[in-house]
Design a protein around this ligand. Structure first.
Ligand SMILES: *Cc1c(COP(=O)(O)O)cnc(C)c1O
Length: 456
């Protein structure tokens, strides 16, 4: 590698650091002019190629301003996490290393850190000690991985080898989901052949929690998909009665905890997560509440060997004597070493720091809710987590308000649908957001609402 190549990389690193350093000075969303500027990318592909330095400059100059400032302190959209500095630093190194984390022989460092971080995750979340962990692209794939493991284990219990023989002719599995299951859960169910619509739906209460006394009568293998953290309200299903119901039927309890699973790390939230650790599998994201970079999902499966049964790519595969073989525990073969950023985040935060991250973001959400209530907004959810769901005072429409807030640019939050009508959702998922950011965001939202009302 020549001096030019090294200079190129130093420039890229500087540009990346400048972006991070300036993100809080920018609008939370790109300006219309910056988005229109993306037309500069509409170039012909040349035969001879173009200079690398110019390529990176174009990317920084045109692409950078058109990014969403979701790593900043005033982005409250979807359930989008920011990036802890140590996670980004670890990502720089990991990208430079370009390790294939598929097998220990391909990356001893990835395998070693997988072992360490598996132990730490299981400890900090209080999951059963032998729980297997697989890193995937996000909660959609983590759900799919857990559901695949559930499918294969339940069918093995019924004398059917789903990996060898597929699902045609297999004994049926009854799949039960909550009325407020995340939209991507159906996608994950479809992906593993269980069907998006072939489900029994348990009605939910006004926060989106499954009503356990409405669980259906079922026969035969059963898979219950519960949720830790409803995407609008942050509500948790009542895991204790759900786990009892599954245990009586010798079924499988899977929990989608894309962000909510991290509540397990905060002793102050024990009342929300009671019974959650009794599940058979859990899915979460690193890129949401843990604040590592995209993309990072984590699948946890408590039943020994279940991930391996579903994802070993060698028939008759035997467990290795040493080292974790990621390609035999996840849907991927070749894969990024996502565990490295998670390791860096956990090592830096520690148990207390992780609990504090959860607590702090929840406290900011409480500030937002209280302040908006003070401005005459209706708070629709019990703000027990990091999600705030509100409607503006009449005559302002929540969807119009979301558009106005986004156009204003000082903060970003999005519209959602709650019980058939528009609402505004503010998700506090960034390690950076302080109570002052929360209060300022609430004031901006209220200001936009007042201005809309004045133009009614
Ligand atoms: C975000 C989310 C998902 C999907 O996660 P991805 O990381 O986008 O795949 C699934 N379930 C819930 C509850 C979520 O919040």
């Amino acid at each position: 590698m020549g001096a030019d190549d090294i200079g190129l990389l130093r420039t890229a690193a500087e540009l990346a650091i400048d972006h991070v350093a300036g993100v809080d000075e920018r609008a939370a969303a790109p300006t219309a002019a910056a988005v229109a500027g993306l037309a500069a990318f509409d170039e012909e592909l040349t035969a001879a190629g173009r200079p690398a330095a110019e390529t990176l400059r174009l990317l920084a100059e045109v692409g950078g301003p058109a990014t969403v400032a979701s790593t900043g302190a005033r982005y409250f959209g979807f359930v989008t996490g920011a990036t802890l500095p140590v996670a980004l630093g670890a990502a720089f190194l990991t990208d430079a290393w370009d390790q294939n984390a598929a097998l220990p022989v391909m990356s001893p460092v990835a395998a070693a850190l997988h072992g360490v971080v598996r132990g730490w995750l299981v400890e900090v979340l209080g999951l059963p000690g032998a729980t297997d962990v697989g890193f995937v692209t996000g909660a959609t794939m983590a759900n799919a991985a857990g559901l695949a493991a559930a499918r294969d284990a339940l069918l093995a219990g019924a004398g059917w080898d789903a990996q060898a023989d597929g699902l045609f002719g297999a004994p049926p599995i009854t799949v039960v989901v909550g009325g407020n299951a995340h939209s991507t859960l159906r996608k994950s169910l479809g992906l593993v052949g269980l069907g998006r619509e072939r489900v029994l739906v348990v009605p939910a209460d006004d926060q989106g929690r499954m009503l356990p006394d409405r669980l259906p009568e079922v026969d035969g293998p059963v898979l219950l998909c519960a949720q830790a953290g409803e995407v609008n309200t942050g509500a948790f299903d009542p895991f204790e009665p759900l786990a009892d119901w599954v245990a009586e039927r010798r079924g499988w309890l899977h929990v989608d905890g894309a962000f909510g699973l991290w509540a397990l790390a905060d002793p102050q939230r024990a009342h929300l997560v009671r019974g959650l650790v009794r599940a058979d599998s859990w899915a979460t994201d690193g890129h949401k509440w843990l604040n590592v970079t995209y993309d990072c999902g984590i699948a946890f499966v408590a039943r020994e060997g279940a991930l391996r049964r579903s994802f070993a790519s060698v028939a008759g595969y035997l467990p290795p004597d040493e080292g974790f073989e990621a390609m035999h525990h996840t849907p991927q073969s070749s894969q990024r070493a996502r565990q490295i950023e998670v390791w860096a985040a956990l090592r830096t935060l520690g148990r207390d720091g992780l609990a504090e991250l959860v607590r702090r973001t929840c406290a900011v959400a409480a500030v937002v809710a209280e302040r908006l209530a003070g401005h005459g907004f209706t708070v629709l959810n019990d703000v027990e987590l990091n999600q705030v769901l509100v409607r503006p005072p009449a005559p302002v429409d929540a969807a119009a308000l979301a558009a106005a807030v986004q156009a204003d640019g000082r903060v970003w939050c999005g519209p959602t649908d709650w019980r058939g009508a528009p609402a505004l959702r503010i998700s506090v998922s960034s390690w950076k957001s302080t109570p002052a950011d929360g209060a300022a965001a609430a004031d901006v939202v209220a200001e936009c609402a007042a201005s809309l009302a004045a133009h009614e």
